[in-house]
Design a protein around this ligand. Sequence first.
Ligand code: NAD
Length: 380
Amino acid sequence: MTGLLGIGILRECSGSEKRVALVPADVKKLKGNHVKVLVETGAGSCSFHPDSEYLDAGAEIVPTAGDVYSRADIISMLQKPSADDIMHIRSGQILVASFHPSKFPGLIDNIAKRNAVMYSMEILPRTAGTQSMDVLSSQSSASGYSAAIAGARFSPRFVPMLHTSSGAIRAASVLVIGAGVAGLMAVATMKRLGADVAAYDVRKAAEEEVRSLGADFIGLGVDAVGAGGYARDLTHGERMLEREILERAVQKSDIVICTAGVPGKTAPMMISREMVMKMKPGSVIVDTMADSGGNCELSRSDKVVDSGNVKIVGISNAHSCVPMDASSMHSVNVLSFISVLLDDHMNPADPERQEILNSCLVCRDGEIRFNSGKEGGNDS
Ligand code: NAD
């Protein structure tokens, strides 16, 4: 590489997004003979990383997103670019983010037309070799933790069992729906708070993981596992059975935390309005899937719906409830990805010759390289 390679970081914090893609500690690791990090002013303000920290780490602060787009060779971001930002994208510019290409084909088309190279980190196969770049795991851990804390906060009850001179309090009953990365973190957090926890999942493999955290497991009696070790869509008969099992479990619970998803699909709707109406007064549902349809029929993204007796808390960006740590975990993932993206001479590597890059390549040279077979990852 002749000259400095520019890596750009945007200010994305607005609304429920509070994170930044790369934190100053990792800027310091990147800054070297051949790299210049360009940070839009205020990029880290919502995750408590002021411009001064980026300056100390060796970054250059630039006034606008347009400056980042016009000078950076690689841009690492969290969210999809806006329509305005797409107009700034330069031919050959490399964009690294979680674009969810199957959900946003129009966006991918528009970016491909700008001749950019797009890598979508959330479709990386989840193998031992990509663990340090696994944004799904790092951000889902943050979501699961935040969902548990939100459940405790909105509940009118204590979570732990208490024996006091003013009486005995029983531990709150918590049901976690979906025992993937976020669900397991919610289980672990609720166990630490002292709740009586059960988790429900359709994958048999989840049982051992739930039990190892000291929680009860509720299964469907079948192993509804599909491509890459993820859950598959349930059949009509399985859905009927699920409804029966969940109806009982939901009614018994003080707090229900929903994290169930099927990659590339709308979240399965599992808690109907009728089920909510049968819940105990004061119960709380926290739905981290509100943005992709919701596991509960009444969930609304970033709203607390009060159904009378039950509060339904829909969280779209649950990881942003812990923006400092979620950003630093994301940043480690980005740093690790960049170590693959750049060759020994600090030139962008050829995705055709690099398996990891090829697996998450969305478009290049105006051509869309994503197909839904890339989504769903590998479980190893
Ligand atoms: P996810 O966000 O797609 O789904 C969350 C959970 O919802 C999953 O456990 C899924 O089984 C569950 N689910 C889907 N439909 C459901 C339904 N109708 N009822 C109840 N639960 C339902 O998944 P995730 O958390 O990103 O990942 C889970 C999978 O990824 C697992 O197979 C896990 O072992 C694997 N994984 C592998 C690695 C690795 O390094 N190999 C890393 C992380 C995760």
